[in-house]
Design a protein around this ligand. Structure first.
Ligand code: AKG
Ligand code: FE2
Length: 374
C-alpha cells in the first residue's frame, strides 16, 4: 500500500471544485499569463511548504524504468495469459502502468495535443469565455482556488467529454473550432479502451470478464477529460504542477507529452513515469479501490515542473453518473475477505471532496467500515 510520505490529501482528480465567487480572481492569475509577463519570482500563493516540495529526489532519479509497460496487442494473442499476469502484477504492485497498442489511433492523440495547444494559444478573453462557473467543476481555470491551499503551477480546462454528464453540463469551449470534433472522436476511442481495461481487470481480479463491468454498470460510465498546461517555471523547486493526490475515478487513462513530470509514490519514494511514445498511462482510481475491496489501490501521484519547457497532459477520468452506487463486488467477498468499505453513492463521494478536500486524510478512508489508524 502507498506509504504516508506524501501528505494525504483527498483531491479527486488533481483538484476539487471551485468555491463560489473566487473564479475571476483565479483567472487573473493564470500561470500562462504570469509567465508571459516575465515573472522571475513565483507569487507566494504557489510556494509549497518545504515538506511537500521535492523532498526525496529530483525528477527521474529513482528506477523509473520499472513502471510496467503492457502491450495490449498481447491480450489477443497466444501470449494472453502472460499479459494478463503482467497486468495483475502491475495493478497489485504499482497501481500504475503504461499501455501501448491500446487501440486509440496515434493520429487522434496528436490531434488532441494540437487542439489543446491551439486552445492555450487563444487570448485570455477567448479562453475566459469558457471559465469555470460557480458551483461546477468544469471549464477553464485553476480549480479549487479557495485561498486555503497552495495553488498548483498549472492552467487547465476540464470538460465532460463523453456520457450523460457531457449532455447535462455542456462545457465545450467554442474555440478552437475543431476542438469539439476532435474531442468527440478521441473520447469515444478512449472509452473503448476503458471498457477493455475494465474487462481485463475483471479477469485479473479472478472474475468472469463481464462481472466487473456489470457491477459498475459500465455502459453508463462517462469520461471527464482535463487539458493541463504546465508552463515553464522560474523557480520550479518551490512549486508543484499538481500536488500529491489520488484520482476519483474507476480508472484514469492519461496521455502525456514528451516532457517528464508525473511521479507516483511507491514505498516512500517518488518515481517518475517516463514518457513513452504513443502510450497511455493507466492508473487505478479510488472507486476501483472500493469496488475491488482494496485489492487494487489508488496510488498517490504528483506533477513536477521545470524551468525550460512547458508540458501538456490529458487525463481522462472514467467516472460514473452521480447516482451510481459504489460498493465492493460481492463475488470477491467471503468470510476471510469481508467488505472493507461501506456502500455509497458516487454523489456522496464527490460532495466529500467538495466540502472538505484537505483534511489531511485520504477521502477514501472515510468510507472504511473499520476506520484506519492513519
Ligand atoms: O499531468 C499529469 O501527468 C498528471 C495529471 C493528474 O494527475 C491529474 O490531473 O489528476
Ligand atoms: Fe491525477
Amino acid at each position: 500500500m502507498a506509504t504516508t510520505m506524501a501528505p494525504k490529501v483527498g483531491h479527486g482528480d488533481g483538484e476539487g471544485a471551485t468555491s463560489k465567487g473566487t473564479e475571476s480572481k483565479a483567472l487573473l492569475e493564470m500561470v500562462q499569463l504570469l509567465v508571459a509577463q516575465g515573472v522571475k519570482q513565483v507569487p507566494e500563493k504557489f510556494i509549497q511548504p518545504e515538506h511537500i516540495r521535492r523532498t526525496v529526489h529530483e525528477v527521474g532519479a529513482v528506477c523509473s524504468d520499472m513502471i510496467p509497460v503492457i502491450d495490449m496487442a498481447g491480450l489477443d494473442g497466444d501470449n494472453k495469459d502472460q499479459v494478463m499476469a503482467d497486468v495483475a502484477k502491475a495493478c497489485e504492485e504499482w497501481g500504475f502502468f503504461q499501455v501501448v497498442n491500446h487501440g486509440v489511433p496515434p493520429v487522434l492523440m496528436q490531434e488532441i495535443q494540437q487542439v489543446s495547444k491551439d486552445f492555450f494559444a487563444l487570448s485570455p478573453e477567448e479562453k475566459e469565455v469558457n471559465k469555470i462557473k460557480p458551483g461546477t467543476s468544469v471549464g477553464y481555470g485553476r480549480l479549487f482556488e479557495t485561498g486555503k491551499t497552495v495553488a498548483n503551477w498549472v492552467d487547465r480546462i476540464t470538460i465532460w467529454s463523453y456520457g450523460e454528464q457531457s449532455r447535462a453540463e455542456p462545457c465545450m469551449p467554442p474555440k478552437p473550432e475543431r476542438f469539439r470534433q476532435v474531442v468527440d472522436e478521441y473520447s469515444e476511442a478512449v472509452v473503448k479502451l476503458c471498457m477493455r481495461l475494465i474487462e481485463t481487470l475483471s479477469t485479473t481480479l479472478g472474475l468472469e470478464p463481464h462481472i466487473l463491468g456489470e457491477h459498475i454498470n459500465v455502459k453508463t460510465v462517462g469520461l471527464r477529460t482535463s487539458f493541463n498546461y504546465y508552463p515553464p517555471c522560474p523557480q520550479p523547486e518551490l512549486v508543484l504542477g499538481i500536488m500529491p493526490h489520488a484520482d476519483t475515478s474507476f480508472v484514469t487513462v492519461l496521455q502525456q507529452d514528451e516532457t517528464p513530470g508525473l511521479e507516483i509514490e511507491k514505498d516512500g519514494q517518488w518515481i517518475l513515469v517516463p514518457p513513452v511514445k504513443d502510450a497511455f498511462v493507466v492508473n487505478i482510481g479510488d472507486l476501483l479501490q472500493i469496488v475491488s475491496n482494496g485489492k487494487y489501490r489508488s496510488v498517490m501521484h504528483r506533477v513536477l515542473v521545470n524551468n525550460t519547457v512547458g508540458r501538456y497532459s490529458f487525463p481522462n477520468f472514467f467516472m460514473p453518473p452521480k447516482e451510481t452506487v459504489i460498493q465492493p463486488v460481492k463475488e470477491l467477498l467471503s468470510e476471510t475477505n469481508p467488505p472493507l468499505y461501506r456502500s455509497l453513492k458516487f454523489a456522496e463521494y464527490i460532495s466529500g471532496f467538495y466540502v472538505k478536500p484537505l483534511t489531511g486524510r485520504r477521502l477514501i478512508d472515510s468510507f472504511l467500515l473499520t476506520p484506519s489508524e492513519s
